[in-house]
Design a binder for this molecule. Structure first.
Ligand code: DG2
Length: 249
């Protein structure tokens, strides 16, 4: 049996547009991001993709993208599960900082180590920082120890994979088509797992905003072929733009 999984990074956020490190800061979609989300819904319809169950992170930009896309596809009724383990990587003390200024201040090597290394987290954020989530009520159902102060991609994989196995994989193996609305780095973590990408090669993988990526998986949840973006040209351009972030003024 083939199991279908669709991954969607949220549309462009206000802070993607302003070129700021975001992580767990709860920013909204930009006007461009809202259009991307609507296009994602149209792409689902055009490709006859009807998910049975929906997953989102706890962050508004992913939830807004989900709502706009499902509205376009007339699928607002679908059962939806939201979980912090799909949240973006916590960007630590970089949250709220300008990417171009950070690049200029620390240089390309340090900047890319923070953005794309596998296991080097940025400096931790202080609990009383205006961009800390330590006292955010939306995480009152998880223990304070679990609320990150910073995360590497490796740490994201460690917190995401248990949820993948307990919930998402289970739904897929039950024969459901699953759609996940999440983030650049939480989806890089999932793609690394699904495609078996090495710790070093994952540095080169960038996920564009708002374009559904479709996986067909076998009974061991291994891809039966290369996953495909529903708009490959826009996806290539979008991924290149993400890779170049920081170089923007
Ligand atoms: C971006 C990813 O996350 O940034 O946290 O700044 O997907 O929630 O917009 P998203 C952020 P990069 O790792 O690509 O710099």
């Amino acid at each position: 049996m083939v199991h279908k999984l669709i991954l969607v990074r949220h549309g462009q956020s206000d802070w993607n547009e302003k070129n700021l490190f975001t992580g767990w800061v709860d920013v909204r979609l930009s006007a461009v991001g809202e259009k991307e989300a609507a296009r994602a819904g149209e792409l689902l319809v055009e490709n006859n993709i009807r998910p049975d169950v929906v997953y989102t992170s706890k962050l508004s930009r992913a939830i807004q993208t989900c709502n706009i896309a499902l509205d376009k596809a007339d699928l607002l009724y679908l059962d939806t599960k939201r979980d912090w383990r799909l949240n973006e990587r916590h960007y630590g003390a970089l949250q709220g900082k300008d990417k171009a200024q950070t690049l200029a201040e620390y240089g390309q090597e340090q900047f890319m180590t923070w953005r794309r290394s596998f296991d080097v987290p940025p400096p931790p954020i202080k609990d009383d920082d205006e961009f800390s989530q330590y006292n955010d009520v939306r995480y009152s159902n998880i223990s304070k120890d679990e609320i990150p102060k910073t995360e590497s991609l490796k740490i994201v994989i460690d917190r995401l994979l248990p949820y993948w196995h307990s919930d998402i994989a289970k739904d897929l193996l039950d024969g459901k088509t699953v759609i996940v609305f999440a983030h650049g780095n939480s989806l890089r973590a999932l793609v690394k797992h699904l495609d078996g990408i090495s710790d070093s090669d994952i540095a080169g993988l960038n996920i564009p905003t708002g374009i559904p990526l479709v996986y067909e998986l076998d009974d061991e949840l291994k891809p039966t072929k290369k996953a495909e973006y529903l708009d490959p040209e826009a996806a290539a351009a979008g991924a290149a733009a993400v890779a170049a972030q920081g170089n923007k003024k």
